[in-house]
Design a protein around this ligand. Sequence first.
Ligand SMILES: N[C@@H](CCC(=O)N[C@@H](CS)C(=O)NCC(=O)O)C(=O)O
Length: 214
Amino acid sequence: MADFIITTFDWVPEFPRGYVRDLRARWALEEAGLIYDVQSVSFDDRKSNHFEHQPFGQVPWLTNGNISIFESGAILLHIGECSENLLPVEPRERAQVQQWLFAALNSVEMASLPWFIFKFTDGDSESPEQKRISEFLDSRLQYMEKVLAHTKWLAKSFSIADIAMTDVLRLVHRFDGLESYPNCREYVIRATSRPKFEKAYKDQLAHFAAADKQ
Ligand SMILES: N[C@@H](CCC(=O)N[C@@H](CS)C(=O)NCC(=O)O)C(=O)O
């Protein structure tokens, strides 16, 4: 049995495929060259065992020996601890990666997720609430655009922070939210062109497609 086990849903509807957050864990483990298995829990029928690992009844969670850890950011940090390539040991570089990991989740995704929910549920209708959220996201993207004008990756080299930031931004890109942000767009393209992302992405699609056939 592999040391690392990612648990995700057995099936999800077509729409979120390729964007389910187990992708963050798959991608990081691929980049780290660590062996892992993927296990499934029911999407339709969430049992008490599921809530023991992920108290919100969501996915993913990761097990590594006797450790079981949920929240994709915490999972990325855990994988980073096992791979110096993704989370450097040198204190200054390590701090850079950690700050950008939290920035992806706590400064950008906290704006992109409500924006996505409005897009998904209300389309392009510009309600005052939707407009406020769009402006909030824009304010974050304007700063990211400046940061990404000068750097290929968020820290000295590709890291868990780039995995989180890319995954956050590519959902915005999916709904044309990066049209005015060429540096953010190029960053997403650069990161998602990495062979390990492509593998993780294809594997996720295959995982859910296999459930369709059953
Ligand atoms: N903050 C959590 C969010 C996890 C999350 O939103 N998971 C989604 C799949 S990407 C999910 O399980 N959705 C089903 C639900 O919320 O019931 C993380 O980053 O791990």
